[in-house]
Design a protein around this ligand. Structure first.
Ligand code: URA
Ligand code: CA
Length: 436
């Protein structure tokens, strides 16, 4: 077999068999297939696509490129939740403790922020002392005892994806449904959960902007899960504005705590209830989504979710007091208002622009090695549908280094698209894929 022939076959729009895909993926992981051939192949896939069988075979081969995690020592169904990448997405900080408090088991491997999207690990690390590196035994023990743990990727999970993603990132081949689907699912499957709930984002702030395309992605993600023996359900949700109001690490910890107290922004709460209800159904803690929802509402009302987050924080060596006393969280030196130039109604808040603005403040990474400032970020004062008067604050910037302040102010102001007339609020959840 030759990489050349496989590239040519895909270039000509033909279907690759499992052996061909495996030859390429394993050869690439071992360093035998060079980057330039792999990049050419990724571009061929981008242009020609892959059918579901090819996409499942690609995922299988990627999982086989490295280690996999065995969670079978933990009794019961282990669930995982994953978003395809959003801005201000604070759901894991709310859901992990809620699911654990409801009696489920959430063994979560999370990532760091890169580009305009934030990362759950950075958010947890805003809690002083919180450790995202646990040994395998500590991880298993914590999930068993507390019900949830959140850690960074350890070991050599899906090295094929690490290498391939780095190439895709610089060759304009990220936006391919089969490549995104195999990238996401290979990592979820290698991480060992029995059941997976996916939040497929659609909109300006997402990898997949178009709602129909997001549904296509959701369908193939669910199909891969099914073919590989993991129960998988996907929600297609809106990224036509950042989720909740806070964007930035410590700011999102506060927002998660507010939500666990039964308050918090309406959209964040609603998405947590929808994803959480599915997680509880897949965990077999409840029979129906409606039952799951009411269980979660109880836990939000009673504060049991917050108590569980404190327990999780303690178990991972963080200071649980920081969840009650904000002065123990990283604080920015200055808060700066961004005012509206016009009166009108908020039509859209470009999430990608907001993500970049928050990265410019230091809340995200411009490169893999950037150091994140956990204190800084943006708090929205207006959401889509809200009326706004000229001169009213649209958002508050939490700032440590005023160097780029002017650019950030401009970016945030222009991310708000205003209309003269009232605008209908678009749906938060477009639909669900994979539940009977
Ligand atoms: N997230 C991933 O993990 N992989 C992709 O390809 C895109 C989003
Ligand atoms: Ca948020």
């Amino acid at each position: 077999m030759r990489a050349y022939d496989i590239i040519r076959k895909k270039r000509d729009g033909k279907i690759l068999n499992a052996e061909e895909i495996n030859y390429l993926i394993q050869g690439f992981t071992r360093g035998e297939v060079p980057d330039y051939q792999m990049a050419a192949w990724a571009m061929a896939v981008c242009c020609r696509g892959m059918d579901p069988v090819e996409t499942v075979n690609l995922t299988r081969s990627m999982v086989a490129s490295g280690e996999t995690i065995d969670l079978s020592a933990i009794p019961g169904i282990k669930v995982d939740k994953h978003s395809t990448g959003g801005v201000g997405d604070t759901t894991t900080l709310v859901l992990a403790p809620l699911i654990a408090a409801a009696g489920g088991r959430m063994a979560k491997m999370s990532g760091r922020g890169l580009g305009h999207t934030g990362g759950t690990l950075d958010k947890f690390e805003a809690i002083p002392g919180f450790q995202v590196t646990l040994t395998r035994d500590e991880f298993t023990e914590t999930v068993q005892r507390v019900g949830a743990a959140v850690v960074g990727q350890s070991g050599n999970l899906v090295p094929a994806d690490k290498q391939l993603y780095a190439l895709r990132d610089v060759t304009a081949t990220v936006e391919s449904i089969p490549l995104i689907a195999s990238s996401v699912m290979s990592k979820k499957i290698a991480a060992g959960a029995d059941a997976i709930v996916l939040d497929v984002k659609a909109g300006q702030g997402a990898f997949v902007k178009d709602v129909d395309q997001a549904f296509a992605l959701a369908h193939i993600l669910v199909e891969i899960g099914k073919q590989m023996g993991r129960e998988t359900v996907a929600l297609v949700t809106s990224m036509h504005q950042p989720l909740g109001k806070a964007i930035g690490n410590a700011l999102e910890v506060m927002e998660a705590v507010e939500t666990l107290r039964g308050a918090g922004p309406a959209d964040l709460r609603e998405l947590c209830l929808a994803l959480g209800a599915l997680l509880l159904v897949l965990s077999k803690v409840v029979q129906t989504e409606a039952e799951g929802r009411s269980r979660l509402e109880q836990l939000l009302g009673s504060g049991a979710g917050l108590t569980k987050l404190q327990e999780m924080v303690k178990a991972q060596k963080g200071n649980p007091q920081a969840l009650e006393d904000w002065s123990l969280l990283p604080q920015a030196q200055k808060v700066v208002m961004v005012r509206s130039p016009l009166s009108g109604y908020v039509q859209e808040i470009k999430a990608e622009e907001m993500g970049f603005a928050s990265t410019l403040l230091g809340a995200g990474r411009e490169t893999k090695d950037s150091v994140v400032d956990l204190a800084v970020g943006i708090v929205l004062n207006k959401k889509v549908g809200d009326p706004v008067e000229a001169g009213e604050p649209l958002a508050f910037l939490h700032v440590n280094h005023p160097g780029r302040l002017e650019i950030v102010q401009q970016k945030v102001q222009s991310a708000f698209q205003l209309a003269r007339e009232p605008v209908p609020v678009p749906p938060l959840i477009y639909g669900i894929v994979g539940i009977n």
